[in-house]
Ligand binder design. Structure first.
Ligand code: WTA
Length: 635
């Protein structure tokens, strides 16, 4: 593959070159893509505003890079292999030629339904290949997709629709996830009560359960497609996009307020997602790449859809969950499709570890060459289990660190090329200039230090803005440290210069690899009648990585009410989604606050962790007595 670093020496050379001459470095990589018009200038940037532009005045369409350019050589090769939730259902193979046809036809459907370049299209579907087709069809006509994870509630959907002013939605009647089927269309209907600006809802039939179709607004995917194919298969000309035009919005949680719409650009995102895919996994032509993430998160965008297809790879996509119908499902899928790369989350590994090795026995995992993890720190025990029982000590393991905002993997070992170290993401990819900052805002030098992780120089897939609110983007990421992108993560650099991510230093939780803001959960709890105030913190959880611990003060009149706990849980499910439900709720009389009224979360975290001996100084609290009360009542 072009631009693939093959040895540790080559990595060091590429890294040095990328720092010394970033523009020449990325020019060369970008030249391996298909452009309608070459860029005039590689990079213009300042982090102060922020304003970052890559491949300025270049023109392209990402789908020509993901599909069209592969047709002559890879037309009959699988682009997507799809494994259904149920073992009984036949798997589906979509070749590059078929993908070309499906994306073109559906792009025409989108146009027929009034969608134009620059329009925002919300996609709320299960993990079926049509989800990838819908994204690519949007990209083909220059519409900006905003994929919403199928676990989000109606209220989360309407927030996102309103923020992006998305007037078009693509959804399904329902989605299968393990033993459940989720009524996606009903949830959309509920969301639309507060979104009268939505003009069209295109519905794909997956579960065939009855749904309500609103005349004039709701149309069936299949019917619309028939209208297009009845006129013969006419490929549509892909829209010519500027390098800096937005490709998609993806909402993610921050420490304050509602989720932010992270905006990625067409060209920079494409170049970096592909570069990182090819290098981290050391992808070889013909290999099957199995990423178990949901496309509703950035990992799925970059490493199920765009990065893999741009590299001409085969992406294996799975509809269900790791434990359905049993805890051997991943291994059955690997064996059945001879997957070469498995990319999953530590939380999935930990939950499968709990079943022991019986579900692995007799499964042929010999096709595996690379194992990857993403989304949260991996503990050493899980790393070794993955290495021994899945990799049979014969696979490279990559611990890949990145964020929705970074678009692609920034810190990871390169499979079999650079050294690995359990629980370390190890080294930055070429082009990524890291800095560890101390509390005073100074860069820390030398090794064996811990600080806040920042990035000093732009890379092509850095977020460009947060939709509709550029100032929020600046404040969140570029204002904490001067001339730096601040990640929100803490990080350790060891004696060898390897990086280990230690977790968020802001009020963002990472529950089973899902990013959730404490403020969002608190808001949802506070909406329950009878709740006066709440404070939410994370605590270590064996499977989820982090669990959610909520301290709740009830109004006096509700203090003895039955069922409050259940009501609160229902409310969180209704307002955010089931994955954000607190694991523990403790009713308290007061919260530890400073004299200025700020909640001391540090203390609450210690209590939630059960580390009662190290609560520290409470003398600055308004009422130090509340701490003892909370300790006494710990759940
Ligand atoms: C965390 C997910 C440790 C981190 C791709 C980051 C990780 C947040 C790792 C982003 C890793 C991601 N080791 N922590 N390998 N990968 N994280 O936006 O705290 O959903 O800031 O993107 O996940 O979550 P997001």
């Amino acid at each position: 593959m072009p631009f693939q670093v093959k040895t540790y020496e080559e990595y060091k050379e590429a890294y040095a070159h990328s720092v010394a001459q970033p523009e020449a470095f990325w020019d060369d990589i970008a030249s391996h893509f298909q452009w309608r018009k070459k860029w005039d200038k590689t990079l213009a940037w300042t982090f102060t505003e922020p304003n970052v532009q890559w491949f300025i005045n270049g023109k392209l369409n990402i789908t020509e890079n993901c599909i069209d350019r592969h047709l002559p050589l890879l037309g009959n090769k699988p682009a997507i292999i799809w494994e259904a939730n149920s073992k009984e259902q036949q798997h589906v193979v979509i070749t590059y030629s078929e993908l070309y046809e499906q994306v073109n036809n559906f792009a025409q459907v989108l146009r027929n339904n009034g969608i134009q370049k620059g329009d925002r299209v919300c996609i709320y579907m299960g993990m079926i290949p049509q989800l990838a087709v819908a994204m690519l069809a949007c990209a083909r006509i220059g519409a900006i997709h905003s994929v919403i994870f199928g676990g989000f509630s109606a209220s989360s959907i309407s927030d996102r629709l309103q923020d992006a002013q998305a007037a078009h939605i693509i959804t399904c009647d329902g989605a299968y996830r393990g033993p459940k089927d989720i009524p996606l269309k009903n949830i959309v209907d509920e969301a639309l009560v507060s979104c009268p600006f939505v003009k069209k809802v295109i519905v794909y039939q997956r579960t065939n359960k009855p749904v309500n179709m609103v005349a004039g607004r709701d149309v069936w995917w299949y019917d619309e497609l028939q209208k297009v194919t009845a006129q013969g298969h006419q490929p549509i000309a892909a829209e010519e996009m500027d390098a800096e035009d937005p490709l998609f919005i993806l909402y993610t949680s921050g420490s304050t307020g509602k989720p932010k719409g992270v905006v990625h650009s067409c060209a920079g995102y494409m170049v970096y997602a592909t570069y990182s895919f090819v290098n981290v996994f050391q992808y070889r032509p013909g290999e099957v790449h199995f990423c178990t993430a949901d496309i509703g998160w950035i990992t799925g965008h970059s490493y199920i859809v765009y990065g893999v297809l741009c590299a001409g790879g085969t992406s294996l996509m799975y509809e269900g969950i790791p434990t359905y119908p049993d805890a051997g499902r991943f291994w059955d899928i690997v064996a059945k499709h001879k997957a070469n790369i498995l990319y999953t989350a530590p939380t999935a590994i930990r939950s499968l570890m709990a079943y022991g090795t019986a579900p692995i026995e007799g499964k042929d995992l010999s096709s595996l060459r690379v194992l990857g993890t993403v989304g949260e720190p991996i503990n050493e025990e899980a790393w070794h289990w993955y290495n021994e029982h899945i990799g049979k000590k014969n696979c490279a393991i990559v611990d890949t660190w990145f964020q929705t905002e970074t678009g692609g993997i920034l810190i990871s070992n390169l499979a079999g090329v650079t050294p690995s170290k359990p629980s370390y993401a190890t080294l930055p990819l070429p082009g990524i200039q890291l800095a560890l900052m101390d509390e005073q805002g100074k860069e820390m030098t030398g090794n064996n230090i811990s600080g806040n992780l920042c990035i000093k120089f732009p890379w092509p897939s850095i977020l460009r803005t947060t939709w509709g609110d550029h100032e929020r983007c600046r404040l969140n990421y570029f204002a904490t440290y001067k001339d730096m992108y601040f990640t929100g993560d803490g990080c350790h650099r060891d004696e060898q210069g390897f990086y280990r991510i230690t977790g968020r230093v802001d009020d963002v939780l990472n529950v089973s690899g899902h990013r959730i803001g404490t403020a969002e959960v608190e808001n949802a709890i506070n909406m329950q009648e009878g709740v006066l105030e709440s404070a939410v913190v994370g605590y270590p959880h064996d499977i989820k990585g982090q669990g959610i611990y909520a301290y709740v003060i009830l109004e006096q009149s509700h203090e003895h009410e039955q069922g409050m706990q259940a009501h609160i849980l229902q409310n969180v499910t209704r307002i955010i989604g089931p994955f954000a439900r607190p694991d523990k709720i403790q009713f308290v009389k007061g919260l530890p606050k400073t004299r200025s009224g700020k909640i001391m979360r540090r203390i609450l975290r210690k209590i939630a962790e059960g580390d009662l001996a190290n609560i520290g100084d409470t003398s600055t609290l308004l009422d130090p007595g509340v701490v003892d009360d909370i300790k006494d009542g710990k759940v």
